[in-house]
Write a protein that binds this ligand. Structure first.
Ligand code: ADP
Length: 397
C-alpha cells in the first residue's frame, strides 16, 4: 500500500487533484469528511460533546459548529477537551478505512492541516497543491460564494508557503488552467505513484540507471531532511542519529541524483529489527549488501558490516546505509563529507575524478565499475582526511 498525503491551502485546488487521483483508482480518505462524520447526529461523538459543552452547542439534534467554534476559540482548555473527544474518533475511523484498502491500493489522505500538524513523515509521499493567493481568493469567492475577507483570514491562519514547500515531496502548481494541473497529476500517477506502490509491495528498490552527474540541486538537503524524518519514524526508537552523507550532502558538488543517508544504530541486531519497518515505509532492504569494502587500516571485514536499504520511490532515489556507531565505516561516512566541505580544493579534485569516470562508464551496467573506480580515489584520500581530522580535532558528530 502506498500512503500519499495530500494538502494545500483553501482554494488551491486540493479537492480537484483528489478527485482526479480517485478517477485513476486511488482510495481517497477525506479528513474533513471524517471530522464531520464522527460528530453527526446520533453519534456518540456528538453525545460526548453535548455532555462536555452543554445543550446549547446542539441545535435540532445537530452540532452547532459556529457556537462550538466560539466556545473553543479563546479557551485553550475547552479546545483540549474538544480535541480529546474528536481526535481519537477521527484516528480510529481513518485507520479503519486504511485497513480496508487492498494491499495494492494507492491511498490518498486528503488532510487540510497536514503541514500545520507536521504529519508528513507518516506518508510515503506528500503532495502539496498551491496557487497564488489572489487566484485562490478569486476561486473561492467565485465558486463557493465565500466573502473575500473570510477567504483571506483563512489563508492567513493556514501554513505559510515556506512551511508547505519544506513539507512537499511534490509541489503541484495550480496557478494555471485546470487542464494543466490535471495533466501533471496524470503523469505523476503513471510515472511515480503506480511504480512506487508496486516497488513497496514487491520489496524492491526503484530502478537505477546509468550514473550521470548533475549540477548540485539546492533542494537536496530539504529532500534528505524529509527522508530522515520518515526513516526515524519507521525505525521507532531503534535509530540513533540519521545523517545526510555522500556527495549530495556537500554543497556545490555535482553528483549523481541519489541521496545517501546513514542511520546510526547501536548494533546490527537493531538494524535488522528495523528492517521490516523501513521496507514498509518505502525503503526495502537489499539483501546482497552486508558490508563496506574494508580499508587497509582496518582489514577485518567484520568491522565493516552494515545493512543497506534503498528508496522504492522512482522519483527520489536514495540509499540508506545502516551502520553501527563507532565502526570504521560509520566514522568514515561522517568524516569524508565534512572534510570535503571544509576543503574546496579536495572537493574539486574529487569532482574532476568523478567527471572522468562518468564519461568512461556510460552503459547501464557500468554502475558497479564506476563505484569501484571512485573508491580508489577515496582510498587515496582517506589518509588526507584523517590528517585533517587530527589537525582540526574533528569528532564524529
Ligand atoms: P481546495 O479543495 O483546495 O479548497 P478546490 O479544488 O475545491 O480547492 O478548488 C477551488 C475552486 O477552484 C473550485 O471551484 C475548483 O473547481 C476551482 N479550480 C480548481 N483548480 C482551478 C484552476 N486551475 N483554474 C480555475 N479554477 C480552478
Amino acid at each position: 500500500m502506498l500512503r500519499v498525503g495530500l494538502t494545500g491551502g483553501i482554494g488551491s485546488g486540493k479537492s480537484t487533484v483528489a478527485r482526479r487521483l480517485a478517477e485513476h483508482g486511488a482510495v481517497v480518505i477525506d479528513a474533513d469528511r471524517i471530522a464531520r462524520e464522527v460528530v453527526e447526529p446520533g453519534t456518540d461523538g456528538l453525545a460526548e460533546i453535548r455532555q462536555a459543552f452543554g445543550d446549547d452547542v446542539v441545535s435540532d439534534g445537530a452540532l452547532d459548529r459556529a457556537r462550538l467554534a466560539q466556545r473553543v476559540f479563546t479557551d485553550e482548555t475547552a479546545r483540549t477537551t474538544l480535541n480529546g473527544i474528536v481526535h481519537p474518533r477521527i484516528g480510529a475511523r481513518t485507520a479503519e478505512l486504511m485497513a480496508a484498502a487492498s494491499q495494492d491500493a494507492i491511498v490518498v489522505h486528503d488532510v487540510p492541516l497536514l503541514v500545520e500538524n507536521h504529519l508528513g513523515p507518516a506518508y510515503h509521499l506528500v503532495l502539496v497543491v498551491d496557487a497564488p493567493e489572489e487566484e485562490r481568493v478569486h476561486r473561492v469567492v467565485r465558486d463557493r460564494g465565500m466573502a473575500e475577507q473570510d477567504a483571506r483570514a483563512r489563508i492567513r491562519a493556514q501554513a505559510t508557503e515556506e512551511a508547505r514547500r519544506a513539507a512537499a515531496d511534490v509541489w503541484l502548481d495550480n496557478g494555471g488552467s485546470r487542464d494543466e494541473v490535471l495533466a501533471v497529476v496524470d503523469a505523476l500517477w503513471a510515472d511515480r505513484l503506480v511504480r512506487y506502490e508496486a516497488n513497496i509491495r514487491l520489496g524492491r528498490r526503484a530502478k537505477y540507471g546509468t550514473p550521470r552527474l548533475v549540477e548540485p540541486d539546492p533542494a537536496w538537503p530539504a529532500q534528505a531532511a524529509r527522508l530522515r524524518e520518515r526513516i526515524a519514524m519507521a525505525a521507532g526508537g531503534l535509530a540513533g542519529r540519521i545523517d545526510h552523507i555522500g556527495s549530495t550532502s556537500v554543497p556545490g558538488l555535482p553528483a549523481k541524483d541519489v541521496i545517501d543517508l546513514q542511520v546510526t544504530v547501536a548494533s546490527l541486531a537493531d538494524a535488522d529489527a528495523m528492517g521490516d519497518g523501513l521496507a514498509a515505509a518505502g525503503f526495502p532492504k537489499l539483501p546482497g549488501v552486508d558490508h563496506d569494502n574494508p580499508k587497509p587500516y582496518a582489514p577485518d571485514v567484520a568491522q565493516w558490516r552494515k545493512r543497506f536499504h534503498a528508496a522504492a520511490d522512482p522519483g527520489r532515489l536514495a540509499n540508506v546505509h545502516i551502520r553501527v556507531e563507532g565502526s570504521p565505516g560509520w566514522r568514515y561516512a561522517l568524516l569524508l563529507p565534512d572534510w570535503l566541505r571544509a576543503n574546496p580544493a579536495e572537493r574539486d579534485d574529487y569532482l574532476a575524478t568523478k567527471r572522468e569516470l562518468a564519461a568512461r562508464y556510460t552503459a547501464d551496467d557500468d554502475t558497479a565499475n564506476y563505484s569501484e573506480a571512485k573508491e580508489a580515489w577515496f582510498d587515496a584520500a582517506g589518509p588526507r582526511a584523517e590528517e585533517w581530522a587530527r589537525r582540526t580535532g574533528w569528532q564524529a558528530g
